[in-house]
Write a protein that binds this ligand. Structure first.
Ligand code: NAD
Length: 446
């Protein structure tokens, strides 16, 4: 008998709906169907595949409001952010389709040799709950443009929005080209172990490692977008107001449930007091609440386990001598109030483990080399940020991260890839180079 997965509103525990979880047999069966569909899909000229994908996204436009609302209800982010994600994904679907088209055209090399980008076969996309639409979307589009079929395994925390968004998209693509399989870890494992050729994964490092182990026996292609512990360095001559605003916004965005959340701040001790004071004033203006409450900018934490982990980190920090400038270890159910801590040390979980909650964690430095060393001490290396003027470029140069922002966030321009260094990932996506990772390079000499 197949299991079902229930989905709840994280702000009040209300049951929103349920979906069927795919058994191992169903996973095998779906892969078989996906393979047959891929054989036809890959034969279409790339411009026809791109046209079909763009048209499919255009159909989604009319549902933007209802998709945004469902995303907000199920994941917990406020309606403004949910609308940004849903409409952004509809736009990015089309943009990525065009960009991937350019990326995957055959290239002439010298002599009579050419480099082709050929489909791999069936790609399994496994996605997280924190950006339940955008994260899956970013990996599905280049995979489809390259002529692969895709099986999406969305997070068990947010199956309804995945079903609504990608289920609608699926209706406008040839049958079997995009399939959704719901389930938890077991379904994910069955998909990874199945007869598929690539896994494009976004989620935690621990799950990523498990996927890599299971994928190793058949040397399956991998794109792994994993966790982060982004540092921010605030130098003595930084614009204090700008730095303080960024520190709070970067730590609280998506309730801190973001892979590139600012998780650790190293501030020059000559400006630290003023910086901490301003950060606390700004943080104090943030409001917790459900998705539909006006002026809310920190939503609920996705589930009790995640909430417990954050509180545990706060307690650990307090026991090891940190000072709370705002918030504390007493937190309401389902929410973490805006929290500002100073006196973070390398012994604290707050400095070493992904927090994934609305916490500004600050420490002071007297020597920039120490700040750089601590910033780089993490196993992760997704993003990093430095605020300052003289010497800021040199500091940025030293930071071990895939994406670095100087006096701004780490994201870069629209045609930049999304990429992690160290244990934040393997391979990457986005941009012409990123899209190419969803194809097999084939050198043909005629
Ligand atoms: P998670 O690893 O718990 O789950 C992600 C997905 O993997 C879910 O669909 C889950 O069901 C599935 N899964 C779990 N175990 C599996 C297994 N053994 N085999 C196959 N699939 C399995 O992560 P999460 O809690 O959903 O997401 C939060 C994490 O994602 C954070 O670490 C965050 O930093 C990371 N993240 C990274 C990026 C990025 O771009 N680097 C973006 C968003 C989130």
């Amino acid at each position: 008998m197949s299991k079902s997965i229930q989905s709840f509103n994280p702000s009040n525990g209300e049951l929103l709906g349920e979906v069927n979880s795919a058994s191992r047999d169903e996973v095998v069966q779906t892969i078989r169907q996906s393979k047959s569909a891929q054989k036809v899909w890959k034969k279409l000229p790339i411009n026809e595949r791109v046209r079909t994908i763009i048209r499919a996204y255009q159909h989604l436009d009319q549902y933007a409001d209802s998709l945004s609302e469902l995303l907000a209800r199920e994941m917990g982010k406020d309606i403004r952010r949910a609308t940004g994600e849903a409409t952004g994904a509809i736009y990015m679907g089309q943009h990525y389709a065009e960009e991937a088209h350019r990326a995957l055209n055959t290239r002439k090399l010298s002599g009579s040799t050419e480099l082709q980008y050929r489909p791999l076969g069936v790609v399994g996309v496994i996605s997280p709950w924190n950006y339940p639409v955008m994260m899956a979307n970013n990996l599905i589009v280049p995979a489809l443009v390259a002529g692969n079929s895709v099986i999406l395994k969305p997070s068990e925390e947010t199956p309804l929005i995945a079903e609504a968004f990608f289920g609608e998209l699926q209706k406008h693509l040839p049958e079997g080209v995009l399939t959704i399989l719901h389930g938890d870890r077991e379904t994910g494992e069955a998909l990874v172990e199945g007869d598929i050729q690539m896994i494009a994964f976004t989620g935690s490092k621990a799950t990523g490692q498990d996927i890599m182990r299971r994928a190793a026996s058949k040397v399956k292609r991998l794109v792994m977008e994993l966790g982060g512990k982004d540092p921010m360095i605030v130098m003595r001559d930084a614009n204090l107001e700008q730095a303080a605003r960024f520190a709070v916004a970067g730590s609280f965005e998506n309730s801190g449930q973001m892979c590139t959340s600012i998780e650790r701040i190293y501030v020059d001790d000559r400006i630290a007091e003023k910086f901490e004071q301003r950060v606390t004033e700004i943080a104090n203006m943030y409001q917790i609440g459900p998705w539909d409450m006006p002026n809310v900018n920190i939503g609920p934490i996705i589930n009790a386990t995640q909430h417990g982990k954050i509180v545990e980190q706060l307690k650990d920090a307090q026991q090891k001598g940190a000072t709370f400038l705002l918030g504390g270890i007493e937190q309401p159910d389902r929410y973490i109030r805006p929290t500002v801590i100073t006196g973070m040390t390398p012994e604290m979980k707050l400095e070493t483990e992904e927090t994934f909650g609305p916490v500004v964690a600050i420490t002071r430095y007297s020597n920039i080399d120490d700040a750089i060393e601590r910033a780089n001490a993490s196993e992760y290396g997704l993003g990093a940020v430095v605020f300052g003027n003289q010497g800021a470029n040199e500091v940025a140069d030293e930071l071990d991260a895939g994406m670095v922002g100087i006096n701004q966030g780490q994201g870069g321009s629209g045609d930049a890839p999304w990429v992690g260094a160290k244990q934040s990932g393997l391979g990457y996506h986005g941009s012409v180079d990123g899209h190419r990772q969803f194809a097999q390079v084939k050198v043909v000499s005629k």
